[in-house]
Design a protein around this ligand. Structure first.
Ligand SMILES: [Cu+2]
Length: 468
């Protein structure tokens, strides 16, 4: 398969531009903590939030019905490159990466119709979901006449469609992805998240039985558990985030784009596999921290920024929830700076043995391919940053280039005069921790450090809820 490898290389000018944008903030970021200016919010129409899970719901008569279209499009990466992808559109809408997050309630019958607008056969598989029907028949693997596996689910030819039906019989975080030649089609972008919420506490429903502490003045009727009947899985419903980890070999994508006249499969790609881009929610840093629905990322709608306020037993007692999904070909050791995260569930199973709660705090959230993990996170100010400031040396003003990601102060909850010529900074007094793959070759954009599978955790001062 002949293709032009130069097409996948970002221009040098784009790489230099990236460095200019990141500048001093990146250095501070890897020193441990980075204070940044506020990002202009672009409110998500569905939730009103600038980050966090954006649910697609389509529930009627106790069932959830979704339409997905397998199609193609392009995503952008921070070095200026544009990458050909396949992906799932919501309904008849536009291509997006990752596919739309589908939210259903435990016990519901779920029907997902997949329309194939690609030039190759495809299908849908839902790891961990049992008794899936495809157009009313068991969704079984398909083999050719010699017994070779063709597809993990009945393949849908170009222009065709299939409806998958199943009962969401347990809550948790699932993924959906291509079941046909997945080593190629998932790499190309055919993946998304399925969230099953507990029946007892569906989104927006209060459920006193799960209240963290009903005597607490901070008890929030919107708080809910990840897992039915598991108080250890309760989180703040307004602080729920999805982090889908993936990677891209751009040469492979060029080869697929340029293939014409035959069905391109993973067997046709004989060049060495070499991932150059590493993504969270289909974005590479610094795009990962842009808000949901950022207009300059039309095909990559999901932010990977997490937003919390300091833990407070009275005012903010509940942790945030991070739903990790991996669709890569390797294991990603994802490390959030600051406080550890508590892994409470793996592959939509709460971690327990009998009566023993087996959830555990982790330095690195190690997410395996085609696997999910649920982790809770509460930020406690163990270093007393509010009093002592961030432990990085602030450069002299003469040595400082003030860019998009520097707010002029290293202190949480402190605001002050703006640097000369700087407007609309230091709006919230918030600051940011880095969270990234601890395999630092994956925190890169085509080899350039401080990119890729890297995002931020935003900590807002407790007294200013309007910035949360
Ligand atoms: Cu780090």
């Amino acid at each position: 398969m002949a293709h032009n490898p130069d097409k996948s290389r970002p221009p040098a000018t784009a790489r230099r531009h990236l460095w200019a944008v990141l500048g001093i903030a990146s250095l501070l970021a890897f020193a441990g903590l980075v204070p940044v200016g506020s990002i202009t919010p672009s409110a998500d129409a569905a939730t009103g939030a600038t980050s966090g899970v954006v649910c697609n719901r389509s529930s009627a008569n106790g069932q959830s019905n979704f339409l997905l279209t397998a199609t193609d499009g392009y995503v952008t990466v921070p070095d200026g490159n544009s990458i050909y992808m396949w992906g799932y559109a919501y309904g008849n809408g536009a291509f997006q990466l990752p596919g739309p997050t589908l939210c259903v309630t435990e016990g519901q019958r779920v029907n997902i119709t997949l329309v194939n607008r690609l030039s190759v056969p495809t299908s849908l598989q839902l790891p961990g979901i049992e008794d899936v029907l495809a157009d009313g028949n068991p969704s079984a693997p398909a083999f050719d006449s010699t017994g070779k596996l063709l597809s993990l689910a009945p393949p849908i030819g170009p222009g065709g469609s299939t409806t998958y039906s199943f009962t969401a019989d347990r809550p948790g975080t699932f993924l959906y992805e291509s079941g046909t030649d997945p080593q190629l089609q998932v790499q190309m972008g055919l993946f998304g998240t399925l969230i099953v919420y507990p029946a007892a506490a569906a989104p927006g429903q209060a459920d006193a039985a799960y209240a963290y502490d009903t005597s607490s003045p901070g008890a929030n009727p919107g708080d809910r558990p990840v897992y039915t009947g598991e108080p250890g899985s309760i989180y703040s419903a307004s602080h729920e985030y999805g982090l889908t980890l993936s990677e891209v070999d751009p040469d492979l994508h060029v080869a697929v784009e340029q293939a014409t006249g035959h069905v391109f499969t993973s067997a046709d790609y004989t060049a060495p596999y070499h991932a150059r881009y590493f993504m969270i929610n289909g974005r590479s840093f610094p795009d990962t921290i842009a808000p949901n629905g950022a207009p300059w990322l039309p095909a990559q709608p999901y932010s990977a920024l997490s937003e919390v306020q300091p833990f407070d037993p009275a005012g903010n007692p509940l942790p945030a929830l991070l739903r990790y999904v991996s669709v890569g070909v390797t294991t990603y050791p994802f490390h959030p700076h600051s406080n550890h995260e508590r892994v409470i569930g793996v592959d939509a199973h709460f971690l327990r043995d009998g009566t023993a709660d087996l959830s555990l705090e982790k330095f690195a959230i190690v997410v395996n391919p085609s696997s999910t993990q649920d982790a809770t996170f509460a930020w406690t100010n163990t270093e007393d940053y509010e009093a002592s400031g961030v432990p990085v040396a602030v450069p002299e003003t003469l040595n400082l280039t003030t860019g998009d990601f520097w707010n002029g102060t290293p202190y949480l909850g402190k605001t002050g005069p703006l640097n000369p010529g700087i407007n609309q900074k230091t709006e919230c007094g918030e600051y940011y921790h880095v969270a990234h793959s601890h395999d630092l070759t994956q925190a890169t954009n085509y080899g350039a450090s401080f990119g890729g599978m890297l995002t931020l955790i935003r900590v807002d001062p407790p007294e200013d809820s309007s910035c949360g």
